[in-house]
Design a protein around this ligand. Structure first.
Ligand code: NZQ
Ligand code: ZN
Length: 386
């Protein structure tokens, strides 16, 4: 096992009817900016419940944050925070709203003219404006980690940011929120969380037995509950296990002591930036070809994954590893998620070269757990995903 430090300060408040606790989690006298998305919280009633719970606070609303939040659109919120002396934020939504709020938390204290530098120059955020979250869609784990992904309209980029100052102080996780999610978002959440585990697991063995078992238990749980969640989101047992798996998949725990990959996400973010494809679906497009291309480096863990998650017992290590990749794609298909780029857009012939060029321009010359994936390799992987 590799050396590590682990600290996750986010308080999780999990279960039905937990919104009443909201007021006690926010410091008395705080002036709150409440952030939310395109309106689902008004339809689902969460908006009214939050407003009621916070009736004794001074509250400023900032709604309309789109899926895959955009830097340019958030600049007016930075202004509001500064001009109205906001002291606390509450994100009510999914990964997009929470990530946007993390950007605002960082930008509030940013010393400079262009907060995009936080992303473009990879500036770590050690101190951010404090915030909590009310999660409305299980998927990203953003409710319990310190990372965010923001798009820039002008440059066509989608980049990550983060730092210890960006953990939510608390997150309220009520599994019943999934009852209003469309099938598309349920499938996205399962796929995103599952791929988060793959990124931190499908590397090479380092003798981290417990970490492997943590990761496997999350994947096993997702595989078990996926059909139940898709069929009946009112099944509370399935919903609660789904939601907790998504949080556990990316709250930092399973990444400790092991190498991690994250190349699938790096390539996937480009597909969202170029074509607007849902985040989770971009991962399903890239994953299979990434694991096939890097087969030699990953085959031990692929075979272990095949045995333990998919019950593959027969064949050589290589055969098990191959079958494991096929099972992964079949799992995505079972959720209605297509795994080829050509199933999302007709205009893909230059995609691989363009992504390789972007990575070269940004100096991303060595991706993956061994930092040995060059832009030329990325080009081949994306081409394989056509
Ligand atoms: O905008 P509204 O109207 O609220 O609708 C949303 C949105 O259209 C809707 N929705 C959310 N909760 C709902 C609901 N509809 C009905 N009932 C509810 N209870 O769902 C749609 C998708 O929401 P979004 O927040 O975009 O989804 P998700 O949580 O999948 O977040 C995706 C974003 O997170 C980033 C992705 O790149 C993408 O930008 N990620 C963030 C990560 C992190 N911070 O750790 C890691 C991930 O790998 C990912 O990159
Ligand atoms: Zn993801």
């Amino acid at each position: 096992m590799q050396n590590f430090e682990f600290k996750n300060p986010t308080k999780i408040i999990f279960g039905k009817d937990q919104l009443d606790k909201l007021a006690t989690e926010i410091p008395a006298g705080a002036k709150i900016l409440m952030t939310f998305g395109g309106g689902s919280i008004k339809k689902t009633g969460i908006y009214d419940k939050v407003k009621l719970a916070l009736k004794d606070f001074e509250l400023v609303e900032y709604g309309g944050i789109p899926a895959n939040p955009v830097y340019e659109g958030l600049l007016d919120a930075v202004k509001i925070i500064k001009e109205q002396n906001i002291t606390y934020m509450l994100a009510v939504g999914g990964g997009s709203v929470i990530d946007a709020t993390k950007f605002l938390a960082s930008a509030a204290y940013f010393d400079g003219d262009h907060p995009w530098d936080i992303l473009a120059k990879r500036k770590r955020t050690d101190k951010g404006l404090p915030f909590g979250t009310v999660l409305t869609i299980p998927a990203t784990g953003s409710e319990s980690n310190s990372g965010a992904v923001i798009s820039n309209k002008a440059t066509g980029e989608k980049l990550g940011m983060g730092g210890p100052g960006l953990f939510p102080q608390f997150s309220i996780l009520d599994p019943t929120v999934i009852t209003t999610l469309p099938e598309r978002q349920l499938a996205n959440g399962i796929t995103d969380a599952f791929t988060h585990v793959l990124e931190q697991y499908l590397t090479y063995p380092v003798g981290a037995i417990l970490q492997d078992r943590f990761a496997e238990s999350i994947m096993q749980t997702l595989v078990e509950v996926a059909p139940k969640v898709m069929k009946d989101p009112t099944d509370y047992e399935a919903a609660s296990n789904f939601m907790w798996s998504c949080t556990m998949a990316l709250n930092g725990l399973i990444q400790k002591g092991v190498p991690s990959d994250w190349a699938v996400h790096a390539m996937g973010h480009e597909l969202t930036a170029m074509y607007g494809i849902d985040h989770a679906r971009t991962l399903a497009i890239v994953a299979g070809s990434h694991y096939r291309y890097n087969f030699e480096n990953k085959k031990e863990k692929l075979a272990q994954y095949g045995e333990r998650i998919w019950g593959i017992q027969d064949g050589s290590l290589e055969e098990k590893a191959q079958q494991a990749i096929e099972k992964t794609e079949a799992f995505f298909h079972s959720l209605g998620i297509a795994t080829k780029l050509s199933e999302y857009t007709e205009d893909y012939s230059n995609t691989a070269a363009e992504i390789a060029k972007r990575f070269t321009d940004r100096g991303w010359l060595g991706l993956g757990e061994r930092q040995d994936l060059k832009p030329a390799d990325v080009e081949k992987i994306v081409e394989m995903a056509y």
